[in-house]
Design a protein around this ligand. Structure first.
Ligand code: ADP
Length: 315
């Protein structure tokens, strides 16, 4: 297998740690760089004892970010801060947006050709921020920038399989739009294996997929948000990126990318992955009336989140 370096930025966090574990288990990875501003040595030492192919490289602190990124084929970004009491949504936005901006500035400098997998929320804004940073640095390639929306797909598959009583391992469901609330649009009319679900059941599945994050936040009761399922989803998407780079044919995953599928500049839909990242952004296919309504309903929010990101990056 080819030499492939993957870097995880924010590797010591709630998502970063299980993501580091899962990427250590991936046989396509030869070098795994774990970077965080704090806590990386412990995570790196721990994961490094696992007897799989990849070499673990731990980097702590900003002065080591360049080393972490050098030669990376895929960079995964779960870095961020959790919302603390007294912090508004805007405070959180500004902090995470700033983190993504500074990490992407370093990516442009140290590994401008890497495929970038953005997990840090709000993805609907952080991906446009990344694109602006890369444009300013003169390194932007729309084929190499991805918002990771795989957790929406993972949830849609799980919830659909439960309701339709089909084997979850066989289920395929595209999820399009964005990565927050109503901007998440699962296309259950295209789900396979097909099932005769009522419109009430489809509506309930759609809402549950859109509110999946809240379901976990409430269950964790103040102790965090989705980390394990997000790490799983991040690992699935990074694996698809690596397969594409390695020339495996017909690797298709949904992702939030630069797009002409709708009138919005970024949109999640099925994407064929290849040796240069995005090989093809696939269209939406036939939508049910319910999905058509959902599509129109999500556009204003998604548009304003994209604009908020672009404005932040250029402020
Ligand atoms: P989540 O549950 O979303 O993973 P956490 O707060 O547990 O949230 O993890 C986020 C991680 O991101 C923390 O380990 C934190 O140290 C890290 N982090 C914060 N800022 C940066 C940064 N500028 N560069 C790299 N990592 C960062």
């Amino acid at each position: 297998a080819p030499d492939r370096k993957v870097a995880i930025l924010g590797a010591a966090g709630g998502i970063g740690q299980p993501l580091s574990l899962l990427m250590k288990l991936n046989p396509l990875v030869s070098r795994l760089a774990l970077y965080d501003i704090a806590g990386t040595p412990g995570v790196a030492a721990d994961v490094s004892h696992i007897n799989t192919r990849s070499e673990i490289l731990g980097y702590a602190g900003e002065e080591q970010l360049g080393k972490a990124l050098e030669g990376a084929d895929v960079v995964i970004i779960p870095a961020g801060v959790p919302r603390k009491p007294g912090m508004t949504r805007d405070d959180l936005f500004n902090i995470n947006a700033g983190i993504v901006k500074s990490l992407c500035t370093a990516i442009a400098k140290y590994c401008p050709h890497a495929l970038v997998n953005v997990i840090s929320n709000p993805v609907n804004s952080t991906v446009p921020i990344a694109s602006e940073v890369f444009k300013k640095a003169g390194t932007y390639d729309e084929k190499r920038l991805f918002g990771v929306t795989t957790l929406d797909v993972v949830r849609a598959k799980t919830f659909y399989a439960g309701k339709a009583k089909v084997n979850v391992a066989d289920v395929i469901v595209p999820v399009v739009g964005g990565h927050a609330g109503v901007t998440i649009l699962p296309l259950f009319s295209q789900a396979t294996p097909s099932a005769n679900l009522s419109s009430e059941e489809i509506e309930a599945l759609t809402k549950r997929t859109q509110d999946g994050g809240t379901e976990v936040v409430e269950a964790k009761a103040g102790k965090g948000s989705a980390t394990l399922s997000m790490a799983y989803a991040g690992a699935i998407f990074a694996d698809a990126c690596l397969k594409g780079l390695n020339g495996v044919p017909d690797v298709v995953e949904c992702s939030f990318v630069q797009s002409t599928v709708t009138d919005l500049p970024f949109f999640a839909s099925k994407v064929r992955l290849g040796k240069n990242g995005v090989e093809e952004v696939l269209g939406l296919g036939a939508l049910s009336d319910y999905e058509k309504e959902g599509l129109e309903a999500l556009k204003p929010e998604l548009k304003s989140s994209i604009e908020k990101g672009i404005k932040f990056a250029n402020a």
